[in-house]
Design a protein around this ligand. Structure first.
Ligand SMILES: Cc1cc2nc3c(=O)[nH]c(=O)nc-3n(C[C@H](O)[C@H](O)[C@H](O)COP(=O)(O)OP(=O)(O)OC[C@H]3O[C@@H](n4cnc5c(N)ncnc54)[C@H](O)[C@@H]3O)c2cc1C
Length: 404
């Protein structure tokens, strides 16, 4: 057993941190305030470092280290999250990495060649579209359907609250999309496929979010949208299960964005409370403050250990499917996703309180973090109660009552 990052992983972490502190952190407020997306110079700098390719194999233009993709992605997203506290860039970035990781595993050869090189070059956006007006938590009940016609799928329905709708419309790319191909079969009648957002028959709308202002959230209505069969991941009828597998990787990266933001907020708290003098001593000398910082720090360290382990487990699983069961992975990832958004929200709130009135202003980046992380508290990539359901199911077991 070895809990250390390898020297290569350490070097990678340092490189991303240096880049992010120099080029991203100073522009976080601008990204949030302008609400016009991520500046191209930042995107290009990340591309030059190979950051968009860490979950994409070399043969598709990526920079992946086979068997360590998700660990590298976790490291990178954590560092980007530390630097860009509005969470616009971290979320933009993690969606691309997380869903490329899945496409690289379950996409057809042609689709991988068509999509992944553009994602690795930072040109296209790749996201996920599952949520519908009928509810994002209860995916078995979604209404979007597709029928097969002349070797194509024809999709009709609607998705809402989808990240990156504007970005994929403008830049190219699309969303891995869940729909029903055999509604009567429930979960077994669902299919998951790449759908380019520029496809004929898609109309988009935009929501006015409270945070992550540099990244759009929108809706997509599908009217007879045709996609070729080759865009299906794995095969027809396996969509629900493949989608859930993808959520595990995506949730790891969501948590990495949270831990990055939380770590920076704790540092801001430590810096501020050391220099703010009240009642004749630095705030940090009051145990009412320092104990809370210590508690938050301890919780964050435990979460980061759990997160590293979970990312590593998924990488192991794809190397050797007998290494861990899906149940073990589901429960470990759900523990991270249950904890990370709520802990980050607490840490941001505490940091704002140590700053007094200053914390309520835009002089610190803390309020951006609070607005950004709320997207994950309310439910993006699965709400806290859904994580509790997963953990309870894996730990307690099946609790359905055998009715007589
Ligand atoms: C900023 C933002 C970006 C998003 N990006 C995307 C995206 O890119 N792609 C995408 O597909 N979706 C996206 N979503 C949607 C997100 O996945 C959903 O918000 C989430 O799945 C919850 O669905 P819902 O909002 O319909 O809430 P509901 O499903 O209506 O749930 C409402 C609340 O009830 C809780 N709940 C649900 N079931 C139970 C239960 N059995 N017991 C107890 N509590 C329960 C939920 O946890 C939630 O808190 C995004 C959301 C936000 C806010």
């Amino acid at each position: 057993m070895d809990f250390r990052l390898t020297p290569q992983q350490e070097l990678f972490k340092r490189t991303v941190r240096e880049f992010a502190e120099k080029n991203i952190a100073p522009r976080s407020r601008e990204i949030d305030q302008k609400a016009q997306g991520i500046p191209e110079e930042i995107m290009q700098g990340m591309v030059d470092l190979g950051l968009f390719g860490v979950t994409i194999p070399e043969e598709y233009g990526g920079t992946a280290n086979p068997g360590e993709e998700l660990v590298y992605a976790m490291i990178a997203v954590h560092e980007i999250g530390r630097a860009e506290l509005s969470m616009s860039l971290p979320v933009y970035y993690l969606l691309n990495l997380g869903w490329s990781y899945l496409l690289a595993r379950y996409g057809t050869e042609e689709t991988k060649r068509e999509v992944l090189p553009h994602v690795a070059k930072g040109e296209w956006f790749l996201g996920i579209a599952t949520t519908e007006p009928s509810g994002g938590s209860d995916l078995a009940n979604l209404k979007t359907t597709a029928t097969k016609k002349d070797g194509k799928y024809v999709i009709n329905g609607e998705k809402i609250f989808v990240s990156g709708v504007s970005e994929a419309t403008k830049r190219g790319g699309g969303h891995l999309t869940l729909f029903k191909t055999a509604p009567e079969l429930g979960n077994k009648g669902m299919t998951f496929a790449y759908v380019p957002t520029q496809s004929a028959g898609i109309t988009t709308t935009l929501f006015d979010d409270m945070g992550r202002m540099g990244l759009s959230t929108g809706g997509m209505a599908y009217k007879n949208v045709e996609i070729p069969e080759r865009y299906v991941l794995d095969k027809e009828g396996r969509g629900f299960y493949i989608n859930m597998e993808g959520f595990n990787a995506a949730r790891i990266l969501v948590c990495a964005a949270c831990t990055g933001g939380a770590e920076r907020a704790l540092e801001i708290s430590a810096e501020y409370t050391k220099q703010r003098v009240l009642f004749g001593q630095p705030l940090a000398k009051f145990e009412g403050i320092s104990f809370e910082i210590a508690d938050d720090y301890a919780k964050l360290q435990m979460l980061m250990n759990q997160l590293t382990k979970s990312a590593w487990m998924i990488d192991q699983y794809y190397q050797d499917p007998t290494s861990f069961t899906r149940k073990e992975i589901n429960a470990n990832v759900a523990i991270c996703k249950l904890t990370a958004p709520l802990l980050t929200l607490d840490i941001a709130k505490h940091a704002m309180m140590y700053h007094g009135a200053l914390g309520y202003s835009k002089e610190t980046p803390l309020e951006m973090l609070m607005r950004g992380v709320m997207s994950y508290v309310v439910g993006a990539e699965g709400g806290a109660n859904i994580m509790r359901i997963i953990i309870g199911r894996e730990f307690i077991g099946d609790v359905s009552i055998p009715y007589k």
